[in-house]
Design a protein around this ligand. Structure first.
Ligand code: KIV
Ligand code: ZN
Length: 383
């Protein structure tokens, strides 16, 4: 599906707010500022840098950044209370992001409010936030488990009170892509075209990226994402997955510098103190690694055989890994990379060593290969 002809997709990064809510993570003011700087350089449209009413570090982060960041806009989260909005405004955020839950589950067990009271809160607090800034975003928390007609009513209330953007959160990652498409298209059809819609998807069933993409295909204008998908429970939609899929699969542009994705992912993982799984899409160590003989042969002939995008385009790199599954092409290529013009017998020798030894040592390094080359040169023969 190509959506490039109709619009640029806005990227709202919430690594510093929803990401920072990840269990066991505690970012310092310095960490947050360093991450925000690189997000700005990466080209995100909006950086949600925290929740000022709930954290002094977040308040200070936004204060410091609002004076130095020039590209991205800064957003601050606020519950639907005037006190939270005051804190967000005092932080000097450009965008005030007001949220309140709209599902009956949250109304009954958490907020203890009636639907009417929720609507009143929305109109009162959004109007109040508008007295500080024209850039007010409204999120209906647990939107995907809310009654559809009430959800539309809540968004209409927010828009009449002056919200410029609305966000549809799948707070507990509880919706399938086809249902989410239908929901986003429905809400889109019920709101004036000038109201910008974001989607915010959690990954409890591993569908956050898919849901974000269908939300965009259904008419949303922006994606709320985090670097590496870091966030509450199973996390959020991963920025690097969403922007790469938008670019390479859907033909849509975001303004993100794709070639910075791997570097940004590494910095954020380091600051969060979390090591990434090697098979992480786009930015993982193995995202462009090849070992199986047939694959390596194909990639060495032409990378498009087994790579859906060039690794350099997302700042990653191709790795040809030697192991038990390797074939002649891989061995020859690795030896050539090591500056050796390998005779057929040396390739056979290394292949033999790989089949014999690799299952025991698990990870074959260049040192292993050099030692086998030396063995071969010293007269090592196949058993
Ligand atoms: O997941 C969620 O509902 C949120 C809101 C605050 C937008 O993070
Ligand atoms: Zn969230």
């Amino acid at each position: 599906m190509c959506i490039a002809t109709w619009r640029k997709v806005r990227i709202f990064d919430t690594t510093l707010r929803d990401g920072d809510q990840m269990a066991g993570v505690e970012l310092s003011l310095e960490d947050k500022i360093e991450i925000a700087r690189i997000l700005n350089e990466l080209g995100v449209d909006i950086i949600e840098a925290g929740f000022p009413a709930s954290s002094d570090v977040d308040f200070k982060t936004i204060r410091v950044l609002s004076r130095e960041v020039s590209g991205s806009k800064l957003a601050a989260l606020a519950r639907a209370t005037r006190k939270d909005v005051d804190a967000a405004a005092a932080s000097e955020a450009h965008v005030i992001h007001v949220f309140i839950a709209t599902s009956d589950i949250h109304l009954k067990y958490k907020l203890k409010l009636s639907r009417e009271e929720v609507l009143n809160r929305i109109s009162d607090v959004i109007e109040y936030a508008r007295s500080y800034t024209p850039l007010v975003l409204f999120s209906a928390e647990d939107g995907t488990r809310s009654d559809r007609e009430f959800l539309v009513q809540a968004y209409r209330e927010a828009v009449s009170a002056g919200a410029k953007y609305i966000n549809i959160p799948d707070t507990v990652g509880a919706i399938t892509p086809w249902e989410f498409y239908d929901l986003v298209a429905y809400i889109r059809s019920k709101l004036p075209r000038e109201v910008r819609i974001d989607v915010h998807c959690h990954n409890d069933f591993g569908m956050a990226t898919a849901n974000t993409l269908v939300g965009i295909a259904a008419g949303a204008d922006g994606a709320q994402v985090t670097i590496n998908g870091f966030g509450e429970r199973a996390g959020n939609a991963a920025l690097e997955e969403v922007v790469s899929a938008l670019h390479f699969l859907m033909g849509a542009e975001t303004g993100i510098k794709l070639e910075m994705l791997t570097e940004v992912s590494k910095l954020v993982a380091q600051k969060f103190g979390i090591s990434l799984q090697p098979n992480k899409p786009i930015v993982g160590l193995n995202a462009f690694a090849h070992e199986a003989g047939i694959h390596v042969h194909g990639v060495l002939e032409n990378p498009i055989t087994y790579e859906v995008m060039p690794p350099e385009a997302v700042g990653n790199r191709r790795r040809i890994v030697l192991g038990r599954h390797s074939g002649r092409h891989a061995v020859a290529w690795v030896l050539q990379e090591m500056g050796i013009d390998p005779p057929r017998e040396l390739i056979d020798y290394i292949l033999y060593k790989l089949k014999e030894v690799a299952p025991r040592i698990k990870k074959v390094t260049e040192d292993h290969i050099w030692s086998w080359v030396r063995e071969f040169r010293a007269g090592g023969a196949l058993a």
